[in-house]
Design a protein around this ligand. Structure first.
Ligand code: R2B
Ligand code: URA
Length: 298
């Protein structure tokens, strides 16, 4: 872990009881007894939708002999479940929403592990989601090697004091390679590649089917081909920020696993049937659970 980058000014006072930490968007604080069982947390799994979180937690509980599921009472922002060493939390859509979830979850993990850097470094983080494929058909699962923004540069934010703050938004290679290896007998392809995180589903993903259109057929295809030539295999909306924040604290184990819903070289609209979409989304869950089983089940 990179101890200098952890916000000790605020977080050390939580550990010594000087002040509480309120994880406002999750509706809990470090003083809630609900968090007590979560001290054993070994993985934090995030997904965009709350429904997905409930399904994941039910499945992980079943795989662990019907382990008890702790449900956080507040669910109007994020849906959260804990069972058998895994905290499952939704993050909504886009980096502004997901950054709120991730910052509060990082603080929660800091508290749950008593600030012990070795214990924190053992925690595995993942986002499981959907994406648009770049040169890949719908139904492929992409395990991200590097998160970039729409200009192929790493994640960054505008910071008052220091201008632009750049993050390292790469993903650890040992982890994405192990995830792919744990899913080597699936009936769908699992590949690694760079992933663009767009700040918009339409405009920053160069779609032509939004209410607002800023691109032409030519400029869209030029962008998509440029991405493809530079190793990008899919486009979504959160990964670059997630990798940036987790690297900032020095977490060594994290990943992003996304199914593709369409090939963006062939179109913009998501026209797959509900059955196909269900299968695509199940498949990214299969890849996650193959890895969790290989690492967390005794
Ligand atoms: C993938 O899908 C969502 C948009 O449909 C967004 O959260 C993402 O990253
Ligand atoms: N999610 C995205 O952000 N983009 C897509 O094209 C599909 C899913």
């Amino acid at each position: 872990m990179k101890t200098d980058n952890i916000n000790h000014e605020f977080l050390d006072g939580v550990l010594d009881g000087s002040h509480p930490d309120v994880y406002y968007h999750f509706g809990v604080s470090n003083e809630d007894s609900l968090l007590e069982p979560l001290r054993d947390v070994r993985a934090v799994i995030m997904a965009g939708s709350g429904g997905r979180i409930k399904e994941f937690a039910d499945h992980w509980s079943e795989l662990n002999g019907g382990a008890e599921i702790v449900a956080f009472p507040k669910d109007d922002r994020f849906v959260t479940r804990y069972t058998a060493g895994v905290l499952f939390a939704s993050h909504g859509m886009g980096m502004p929403s997901a950054s709120i979830a991730l910052q509060e979850l990082m603080r929660m993990v800091f508290f749950l592990k008593g600030g012990d850097e070795e214990a924190m470094a053992d925690v595995f983080w993942a986002r499981v989601g959907t994406s648009g494929g770049v040169g890949l058909p719908g139904g492929t699962v992409v395990v991200t090697s590097e998160g970039v923004m729409a200009d192929l540069k790493p994640y960054r934010l505008i910071q008052g004091g220091s201008g632009t703050y750049w993050f390292d938004s790469t993903f650890p290679a040992d982890v994405y390679n192990a995830i792919i290896a744990a899913s080597d007998h699936t009936d769908f392809d699992v590949v690694s590649g760079k992933t663009v995180a767009g700040n918009e589903f339409f405009l920053e993903q160069f779609r032509l089917d939004g209410a607002i259109r800023l691109e032409t057929d030519e400029s869209k295809m030029e962008w998509l081909k440029w991405l493809h030539d530079n190793g990008v295999r899919n486009i979504e909306m959160e990964g670059a920020m997630m990798a940036g924040y987790l690297n900032h604290w020095g977490f060594p184990k994290f990943a992003m696993i996304c199914c593709t819903l369409l090939n963006r070289l062939e179109g913009d609209q998501v026209t797959a049937s509900p059955e196909q979409l269900h299968k695509f989304s199940e498949d990214s869950g299969v890849v996650l659970f193959n890895y969790l089983k290989s690492t967390l089940l005794d």
